[in-house]
Design a protein around this ligand. Structure first.
Ligand code: SF4
Length: 263
């Protein structure tokens, strides 16, 4: 079978800027009673598009803004309002995930503004690969930034995600300066992110930032079928999910440093 190619990411920052003009959001799908993407019970909207191309992406079908429905922020709000009582009783709220909602900053900021007016907690699930201008749009209306840390070695980050980590780390420092509440997410990818060197870099990095907690996510292979369905080569074939033992070791290591670790 002829292998397709993932769409290029070279112009992602420019295209993110182009999206600023868009009034409607490009939404791939929803989850009404999510419990994995932020605190409490959450309405999760998965937005199309992502500035990265992670080798392990389990939502590879959401990356290139091809398959979506369009909604205005007001329409999306109407969809979530019936779930408000569940948010209240569980300290939950709404999460914008994807893909990466940072690709549609105007839509996300407007939607979160409407949520805040309704007293609904807002969380963004993002890689933070974007411009500072986009962060500024979201800062006043985002209650929690869930930021995925990919790799601390710039070359490996590039290999793993197609982009350097430089801007991401600068953006995290900027969010910190603005006292944004942060939860880090760290994927344990055997041979990549669980190495002694990368874990040492992770600990070093965590010492330099303020954050609420860090969530450990084990690599899994559930999304491979999507790559196959799209005719894309899955370059991590053969990499197995981490053992329970290795997850627990990393958890203990981070807890020893005094961090709140979610597994
Ligand atoms: S940041 Fe997330 S959605 Fe984007 S390519 Fe990586 S894993 Fe996929």
């Amino acid at each position: 079978m002829k292998k397709n190619k993932l769409p290029s990411t070279n112009c992602h920052l420019q295209s993110a800027t182009r999206n600023l003009q868009s009034k409607k959001g490009k939404i791939h799908s929803f989850e009404t009673f999510g419990t994995l993407d932020g605190p409490g019970i959450r309405f999760v909207a998965f937005l199309e598009g992502c500035p990265l191309r992670c080798l392990y992406c389990h939502n590879v079908d959401m990356l290139d803004m091809k398959d979506y429905k369009e909604m205005t922020p007001e329409q999306l709000l109407q969809k979530i309002l019936p779930y408000k009582p569940y948010f209240k009783s569980s300290n939950g709220g709404v999460t914008l995930s994807g893909g990466d909602p940072i690709m549609q900053p105007d839509f996300a900021a407007k939607f979160f503004t409407l949520c805040k007016k309704e007293g609904i907690n807002t969380t963004i699930d993002t890689s933070c690969f974007t411009t500072q201008e986009n962060l500024d749009k979201l800062l006043p209306v985002t209650d929690l930034w869930m930021i995925s840390l990919k790799h601390f070695n710039e070359k490996k980050h590039l290999k793993l995600t197609s982009q350097s980590n430089k801007q991401i780390l600068e953006n995290i420092a900027y969010l910190n300066k603005k006292h944004a509440p942060i939860r880090f997410r760290y994927l344990i990818l055997p041979g990549w992110t669980d190495t002694w060197l990368n874990l040492r870099a992770l600990r070093k990095f965590l010492k330099t930032v303020k954050f609420q907690e860090i969530e450990l996510l084990p690599y899994h292979t559930h999304g491979i079928y999507k790559w196959e369905a799209l005719g894309l080569p899955y370059k991590l074939k053969g990499v197995k999910p981490p053992s329970e033992n290795s997850i627990q070791k990393i958890k203990k290591m981070l807890e020893k440093e005094g961090y709140n670790v979610i597994c």
